[in-house]
Design a protein around this ligand. Sequence first.
Ligand code: G6P
Length: 342
Amino acid sequence: EESGIIGYEHYMLKEIQESPRAVRDTLAGIRFDQVSEAASLIRNSERVLVVGSGTSYHAGLLFGHLLEKEGYDVRTLIASEATTLRPREGDVLISISQSGETLDVLNAVKNHFKKYNIKSISLTNRIESALNFVSDIRLHTRAGPEVGVAATKTFTSQLAALLYLKSLIVGEPTDYLEGAPAAVSNSLSQQGYAKAIGEELCKKSDMFYLGRGMGVPLAMEGALKIKEVAYIHAEAYPAGESKHGPIALISDGFPVFFVNDGERTALLINNLKEMKARRAKTYSVSVNSRIGADEEIYFEGDSSLAPFYISPFLQMVAYFAAVCKGANPDRPRNLAKTVTVE
Ligand code: G6P
């Protein structure tokens, strides 16, 4: 499956389509002893520090949000800025990196946090990586090798592993995650719609992604993806914050993409109306309930699985916007798969 690109124009689309398998393998491959130990470390901690870069940072933000909702004290940090935080006794660190080699992450863990003797957990997609060697507990995703520079199936797999970990931490059943691969497949079945939206966005130079709750990191990841591969200037905001500045940019046809995880929908509808009143062109990827965007892709499903419907769809939108622009999504200009400089 992972050995070639036969039948696909780009690795990016091939890897997006491998996501149901990647998520399934990640969940099936979780080592219960390791993840239980990680869960109990976090449960017994006073504060949780989460670090990552790029897409992995967004996975960390989503995880942090879920723990915060359960009453945990969480600080999610961009790796290159994490070294200004002074850890204290009772902290536990979780570092997230697909490659396990990103220098900003390694530097934060190895040259900074380790000096304070706090316990650390890592989540990588590679068994043998530099990050693994400096972590006390090693968790893995099993997405398989990812060739496309922009992270796709590894992100969805990180979310699967992190949601599993979160469920263990708070003592809830994990069986709802059995629905995750099917949610991803369901999302992928909407490729035609993603293509149509991507081709519309391809003509635009600027756009917003707005969400609430776990929709915020998912919006940030949506914006990062379309920026990386389609060179569209996209900014993400918590939807409620959009009225404190960003809305000044809205005029006729300005694209605003809502990420609707099915929670606090009434508030999201207010934000949507504010955008429509200024003649924005509105899009939404919605789970569980509709909000009434001009273009709305709707998935009937459980809010707790929302990331598995939302992320693959936004990845496909970015992919098709890139292809429409004539860009090569596998090799975006100026970017590297793994950044080993500070
Ligand atoms: C690079 C890639 C991004 C990736 C980031 C972190 O900037 O272009 O796609 O998210 O590194 O990579 P990691 O391997 O640490 O997850």
